[in-house]
Design a binder for this molecule. Structure first.
Ligand SMILES: Cc1ncc(COP(=O)(O)O)c(C=O)c1O
Length: 434
């Protein structure tokens, strides 16, 4: 028996579901993957089989696995004793760097995960505005805390009308009353957004959204939608929160807000910000961030916030993203990979579409028009996609299935032109199995 499958069976006896995180089960193969080692854009499983990694730690390892610059920074932090729960000079250095490169940041706070970052932003928005309600977009994902676990992964037959989308819960165990605080609007729909502000503008503390909707693969919002979003929130005294946990550093140093040319009031950063180590951040306008204790009255604290090892890793990673040519390389690889995948759909006579921006992309089987919102994305042929992912994994290209409606995939900066050619060659064989 394969050591990977053996490990899964063993893990199921002590780890709930055999995994440390529910979405770590890859449904395309029916078990979690167990990796022995990783370097650059490659992974090796417990059986010694090599994979080109097109998941890249769900976007966290933008530089690739085991990047020597990050590793050196981590080793130095360990040598200094890694005095956790205390500040050192690198915290301010990292905060200055982030305020320099991310347009909306005047003040920043560090925390441990994307989930914590969105949770604290929402609390802060309520504290600042004195209002309660939150508007989110159908299908947008903001982590696993109870406030935002609605209207994610909604099955196609339970979406409800587009002017009143269902508040489908992403989990059991969420207190009923919470959904009363939430207004849900389909992504990219100016008419429905205007209607929601007409109906609820006075009660809204904040709108939270993915400025590039990567959690449905990759959906770039229309200019009109993003402009309407900024305009309506500003006119109604509602804070605009861009959840850049996935989009930050993906297509440029300033993230989606720089790419779209729109300044939110607050934003979250996660995944790539820590260079593969568990750091997230949130921040924005100084007058809002000053509401945090110890200056203000809104609590944000945590024993592991700004752990010295992850702060050191983040500094090394962001300095690597700033190196000349970094994003030229990302965009060159993105183009050859996405064009190559599109060509494979055509060559195999399979209906499908690839949408990408920077280092992440979505593949939609059975879809031909542009995917503009969750309702478009959920129409993709999930069974065909699972067959593709399984065949790709058999041929040594690792894609992850998250179990939801659509998936995002991505590559890291360690990938070069030869790796893309190699990936496309292996995927050509996988397409023939679809
Ligand atoms: C946009 C967005 N927000 C928040 C999160 C939650 O981040 P974490 O898994 O670090 O808690 C994710 C994770 O995928 C995400 O994509």
């Amino acid at each position: 028996m394969s050591r990977v499958v053996e490990q899964y069976q063993r893990a199921c006896h002590s780890l709930a579901g055999g995994v440390s995180s529910s979405t770590r089960l890859n449904r395309a193969v029916g078990h979690a993957m167990y990796f022995d080692r990783a370097a650059g854009c490659k992974l090796w499983d417990l059986d010694g089989k090599e994979y080109l990694d097109l998941c890249c730690s769900h976007g966290a390892t933008l530089l690739g696995h085991g990047d020597p610059r990050v590793r050196q920074a981590v080793e130095r932090a360990l040598e200094r004793g890694a005095a956790c729960s205390y500040e050192n000079e690198q915290h301010a250095e990292l905060a200055e760097l982030l305020c320099d490169v991310i347009p909306c940041l005047e003040r920043v706070r560090f925390t441990g995960s994307g989930t914590e970052a969105t949770m604290h932003c929402i609390r802060l928005a309520r504290a600042y505005t004195g209002k309660q309600k939150l508007l989110k977009f159908e299908g947008n994902f903001h982590g696993y805390h109870d406030q935002v676990m609605f209207a994610i992964g909604t099955p196609a037959d339970q979406l409800g009308p587009e002017n009143h989308p269902s508040l489908y819960p992403g989990s059991t165990g969420i207190a009923d009353g919470l959904k009363e605080q939430l207004i849900v609007v389909p992504y990219n729909r100016v008419d429905l957004l205007e209607q929601a502000f007409y109906d609820h503008g006075k009660e809204l503390a904040a709108v939270i959204g993915e400025p590039i909707y990567y959690n449905a693969g990759c959906i770039i919002p229309s200019e009109e939608f993003i402009e309407a979003l900024r305009d309506l929130t500003a006119r109604h005294g509602v804070l605009l929160i861009f959840d850049e946990v996935l989009s930050a550093f993906r297509m440029g140093l300033g993230g989606a807000q720089e790419y779209l040319g729109v300044m939110p009031d607050l934003c979250t950063l996660g995944k790539a910000v820590g260079g593969g180590y568990p750091l997230s951040a949130f921040g924005g306008r100084q007058d809002i961030m000053d509401r945090l204790m110890p200056i203000g009255d809104c609590q944000h604290s945590g024993t592991y916030n700004g752990h010295p090892v992850v702060v050191a890793a983040a500094l090394a990673a962001i300095n690597a993203y700033r190196e000349p040519g970094f994003y030229d390389h990302i965009h060159t690889i993105a183009k050859s990979l996405c064009d190559g995948l599109t060509a494979l759909f055509a060559r195999h006579g399979i209906a499908g579409r690839v949408q990408g921006l920077g280092a992440r992309f979505g593949i939609y089987f059975g879809v031909d028009g542009e995917v503009r919102d969750y309702r478009d994305a959920v129409k993709h042929q999930r069974e065909q996609m699972l067959r593709f992912i399984k065949a790709a994994i058999e041929r040594g290209v690792y894609f992850h299935d998250y179990g939801g409606a659509a998936c995002h995939h991505g590559f890291c900066a360690a990938m070069n032109a030869n790796d893309v050619t190699d990936a496309l060659r292996r995927l050509d064989l996988a397409f023939s199995r679809v």
